[in-house]
Each structure stands twice: as structure tokens, then as C-alpha cells.
Write a protein that binds this ligand. Structure first.
Ligand SMILES: Nc1ncnc2c1ncn2[C@@H]1O[C@H](COP(=O)(O)OP(=O)(O)OP(=O)(O)O)[C@@H](O)[C@H]1O
Ligand SMILES: [Mg+2]
Length: 236
């Protein structure tokens, strides 16, 4: 049984079809990458399965349970969580206070020892009293990830985790995410093919709301249609 099972999802915004009959499955411990041009429906897919948008059509299950009609906080409580393309943290609060809000929101968070270890894992031990809004984007992305980790998710959906980072930060984030795999199953949307190549076991390609390819990164990233439609214009 797949951990995430999304079948024939269709999501329209007025006349815009953001997703058309998109089927995506992911097994536990499999790292799934999702790529596609701007506006191809990647974030919309995450918004649907995490309960932020209600699709017109389709069925989606997590860990064997239907998620249709469930609110994001209940879905997160079941272990399916996500980060955002534009980081969502409490900018006016410190790192420590941001962690505290994540702990309060969780049903079964890490214990104190686990939280300390997770802080160490993302490398924010020296920034606990820093104001989150004043931190670098790389620190903020790690804080957002930490806020999910303390909630002990089974699947984390990362929406462009290396977006906006410098070359050195991209390398460091990829290393961090490869280590994250032993803690949680990961779904990762990226435009940076280096991240997809290094992290993903399988890649799904969206184009104008439709899934056009699904397979191992080595096949997908050398597929002529994918190259023509997307990689030719991307940071490959
Ligand atoms: N809440 C919304 N209301 C109206 N249209 C939306 C909404 N969210 C997304 N769309 C539209 O749906 C389509 C898919 O958008 P989406 O954000 O999922 O793309 P994406 O693949 O994540 O792109 P990017 O790589 O730029 O982040 C776009 O045409 C977008 O304008
Ligand atoms: Mg997006």
C-alpha cells in the first residue's frame, strides 16, 4: 500500500485547469521529486493533498485513510505535512518561540531531548534567541523544516526547499535533506535539477496541469519531451 495515493485529481480555478486527472503515488521511504515549468500545478498538487484546496475531482489517501474533506491541521496530525515555497514562520518571534508554537500545534510532538536533537540536526543551536524575521533565508528555511520535524511527520512535502539560496547553501541544504530521509519520507518540488538528481528515487513531471512523465531520475532527465518542454529552459 502506498503512503500517499492520489488518483485522478482535477483542480480548476475558474477557467484555469491547474491539475487535470493527475495520479501520483509514493511509497514510504521513497523520495519522490516533482518538476515542471512555472504554473504547471506543482504547488497546487501539494495544496490539494495537504487539505489547503478542495479539488473538483479525485481521491487521495494517506497511510490508507481517505483525506477528502479533511482540514490541513487534521491531515498534519495524521503525519502529512509540508513547507511553503515562500517560507511561513512567525517573523516577529524568535527561533525558540517558533519551535514552541509548532510543539503546541502538534498531537504527538518530540520530547525535549528529541527537540534538542532536531535543533542540532538543522544546525540552529546558535540561533535560538534570534528574531526569525532577521535571519537569512537559509536559516528561515531550516527553521520552517524544524517546526515540521518536531511534529514527527511521516511525510514532508517540500515546496522548492533550495529556492533563493546561494550555491553553497544549495549544497548544504541538499546534504541536510539527504540526511532527513532517515527521519521521514520526503516529497520534493524543485527547479534545481541538482537537488532532484541527488535526492529523488523517482520523478514526476507536470506540464500545464498534466502528468507527462513518471520514472527514475536518470530516465526522466534524459527524456526528449521533458528536455524540450522544460529542461531546456531550466537550471539543469
Ligand atoms: N488560489 C489560486 N487561485 C487561482 N489560480 C490559482 C491559484 N493557485 C494556483 N493557481 C493557478 O494554477 C496554475 C498552477 O499554479 P501552481 O502554483 O500550482 O504552479 P507551480 O507549478 O507551483 O508553479 P511555480 O513553479 O511557479 O511555483 C497557475 O496557472 C496558477 O496561476
Ligand atoms: Mg509552486
Amino acid at each position: 500500500m502506498p503512503l500517499l495515493d492520489a488518483q485522478t485529481i482535477t483542480m480548476r480555478f475558474g477557467g484555469v485547469v491547474a491539475l487535470r486527472d493527475v495520479t501520483v503515488t509514493q511509497s514510504a521511504n521513497e523520495t519522490l521529486g516533482m518538476i515542471g515549468p512555472n504554473g504547471s500545478g506543482k504547488t497546487t498538487f501539494v495544496n490539494v493533498v495537504t487539505g489547503h484546496l478542495k479539488p473538483q475531482k479525485g481521491a487521495y489517501r494517506f497511510d490508507g485513510t481517505s483525506l477528502i474533506g479533511r482540514k490541513p491541521n487534521r491531515i498534519a496530525g495524521a503525519g502529512l505535512t509540508r513547507t511553503y515555497q515562500a517560507v511561513r514562520i512567525f517573523r516577529e518571534l524568535t527561533t525558540r518561540e517558533n519551535i514552541a508554537t509548532a510543539l503546541v500545534d502538534a498531537q504527538a510532538p518530540l520530547d525535549e531531548q528529541g527537540v534538542l536533537e532536531a535543533i542540532d540536526f538543522v544546525g540552529l543551536g546558535g540561533r535560538l534567541d534570534a528574531n526569525a524575521g532577521g535571519m537569512t533565508l537559509y536559516e528561515q528555511r531550516r527553521l520552517e523544516l524544524l517546526m515540521r520535524l518536531v511534529q514527527r511527520p511521516k511525510l514532508i512535502m517540500l515546496d522548492e526547499p533550495v529556492g533563493g539560496l546561494s550555491a553553497g547553501e544549495v549544497r548544504a541544504m541538499i546534504t541536510l535533506l539527504s540526511r532527513l530521509k532517515s527521519r521521514s519520507t520526503i516529497f520534493v518540488i524543485e527547479h534545481t535539477m541538482k537537488a532532484i538528481r541527488e535526492l529523488a528515487d523517482r520523478v514526476v513531471v507536470l506540464l500545464a496541469g498534466e502528468k507527462i512523465a513518471d520514472g527514475p531520475p536518470s530516465d526522466i532527465l534524459s527524456d526528449q519531451r521533458v528536455i524540450q518542454q522544460y529542461l531546456g529552459s531550466a537550471d539543469a
